[in-house]
Design a protein around this ligand. Structure first.
Ligand SMILES: [Ca+2]
Ligand SMILES: [Ca+2]
Ligand SMILES: [Ca+2]
Length: 497
């Protein structure tokens, strides 16, 4: 079933006060109760209040080159660290979803120091009792070619864990600085269900005849799955058991990709029944056009939510397939995530495959290009300013938080461009269509590096008010320099728990 049917049924049936009623031929997944806590657990997550709430060493707040808002954290030359402790009270040992954005503080393409990002579990007395996740981002990965947005999901915290400590630690191998902005830590349905998700154990758990383990240019850790130039047609897949989860679950999915040449990459999540036969329609299907990873010149990350698994699905197959990779280039994949979430993507026409259908637009058009973030089309908001928005019905929305994710595209041009500010909001609307609150707000500054790149944003709303029946996702761009439009692609809005 597609997301439209899901939301229609949810409105009509799943949220009825009489409980599960309606079509007796179909099994309904019962609605989940609103969680105690679901929004971003971090204080001052975008550093808009300087370093308030963070323990820091050799870190300053800076107003230059921000990813979101007017300030970020700059980890300075030499060793530097920053951390924040988050109470796990009321989270019922829920795993946590993490996202953050990093960029080179200097105009340096190669060397910014190792960065280790860790989540530690602490007991009531703040003793370390284990780690929930660890990223190792090798020096050179964070550079001035393109900003990196990382996503990950922790292990389940142990019962004795009272606190989670999020720790960023920068090494000393260079004279450069690292900029950190827009950090998210929020509960999610399950841990990462993917075995060997970062290829640190080679291709263990994965099936491919042509991808090989590679130990250069990793996104995370020391290894990636790489497709050598001699193998243009190839697949890499893993079948992930989901039988232990409720029927019709949706899943959060993510990966990172890098290539040095043209490559077309198809990414799917397919459903398998107990005979390993593919059933239903794909849970998601993404196509990366042939120039997007090449023009990014660094890893590009993707985040998505699958449609609900069809009844009878016992495995989810994560499938990467290429039908073209340019000679003398290598395609790399790293950090694959599949975790249970609580809804599919609720956005209609999220990647603009149907032009601007389902969106309300002023001074925006659908554009086709070979370096779009995903698929054939993007929404292009004019250089002189413009907007797009969509109103999304919120079945059972009260008390729940919603993840928003999208990519913004910037073109290279004459120096120094001003692209216009992009203001992104989620607004809660009541049954009369009146605005009754602000779910989240992102300020995306229009001063950008003069280069082609996609910036991947994520944020989480606060709990929806009890009388919210719709969410308006709204992108408004101010006027920029002539010929500097901003592209929007692949808008994701849904629930992690
Ligand atoms: Ca910020
Ligand atoms: Ca890796
Ligand atoms: Ca698209």
């Amino acid at each position: 079933m597609d997301s439209k049917n899901f939301s229609d049924e949810s409105r009509g049936l799943m949220c009825s006060s009489s409980g599960l009623v309606g079509n007796v031929h179909q099994v309904k997944k019962p609605p989940k109760k609103a969680p105690l806590k679901c929004n971003n657990l971090l204080k001052n997550p975008s550093f808009e209040a300087g370093l308030t709430g963070w323990e820091t060493d050799n870190v300053i707040s800076s107003g230059t080159n921000t990813f979101e808002g007017t300030q970020l954290a700059q980890m300075r030359t030499g060793a530097a660290s920053m951390s924040q402790d988050i109470s796990l009270a009321g989270l019922k040992q829920s795993p946590l979803f993490l996202s953050f954005n990093v960029y080179a503080g200097n105009n340096d393409e190669n060397s910014n120091g190792d960065l280790v990002v860790t989540i530690l579990w602490l007991d009531y007395e703040l003793h370390n009792i284990g780690a929930g996740l660890e990223f190792f981002i090798p020096t050179g990965r964070i550079n001035s070619r393109a900003r990196l947005t990382y996503f990950d999901v922790t292990e389940r915290p142990p019962a004795e864990a009272a606190w989670a400590r999020l720790l960023f630690s920068k090494g000393t191998v260079s004279n450069n600085t690292i900029l950190v902005d827009q950090v998210i830590l929020a509960p999610v349905g399950t841990t990462n269900l993917v075995e060997n998700s970062s290829f640190e154990a080679g291709l263990t758990g994965w099936t491919s005849t042509t991808f090989v383990p590679n130990f250069q240019l990793s996104f995370d850790g020391a290894a990636t799955a790489a497709l050598p130039t001699t193998a243009q047609l190839s697949t890499l897949f893993q079948d992930v058991p989901i039988k232990h989860l409720p029927a019709q679950s949706s899943f959060l999915f993510s990966f990172a990709g890098l290539t040095s040449g043209f490559a077309i990459l198809d990414v799917q999540v397919l459903w398998l029944d107990k005979n390993d036969s593919i059933i239903g329609t794909p849970g998601l299907a993404l196509r990366l056009p042939n120039a997007v990873l090449l023009s990014q010149s660094n890893y590009l990350t993707y985040l998505d939510l699958t449609n609900p698994a069809p009844y009878g699905a016992v495995k989810a197959r994560i499938m990467f397939s290429t039908n073209f990779v340019e000679i003398n280039s290598v395609l790399r994949l790293d950090k694959i995530i599949l975790a249970e979430a609580a809804s599919p993507n609720l956005v209609q026409n999220p990647s603009f495959d149907a032009n601007l259908s389902s969106w309300t637009a002023v001074n925006a058009t659908a554009l086709a290009d070979n370096d779009n973030y995903e698929g054939v089309f993007v929404a292009n908001v004019d250089d002189g300013g413009g907007l797009i928005f969509q109103d999304i019905p919120l079945p059972c929305g009260a008390g729940h938080c919603f993840l928003l994710n999208f990519a913004l595209g910037y073109e290279a041009g004459v120096t120094p461009p001003f692209y216009g500010n992009m203001l992104v909001k989620v607004l809660w609307l009541d049954a009369r269509g009146q605005q009754i609150g602000l779910g989240l707000s992102l300020v995306i500054p229009g001063n950008r590096e003069n280069k082609r790149q996609w910036l991947v944003y994520a944020d989480i709303t606060g709990p929806a008010p009890s009388n919210a029946v719709m969410a308006r996702i709204q992108f408004t761009k101010s006027a920029g320099d002539p010929n500097f439009s901003i592209q929007i692609d692949k808008v994701l809005f849904g629930r992690l728990i």
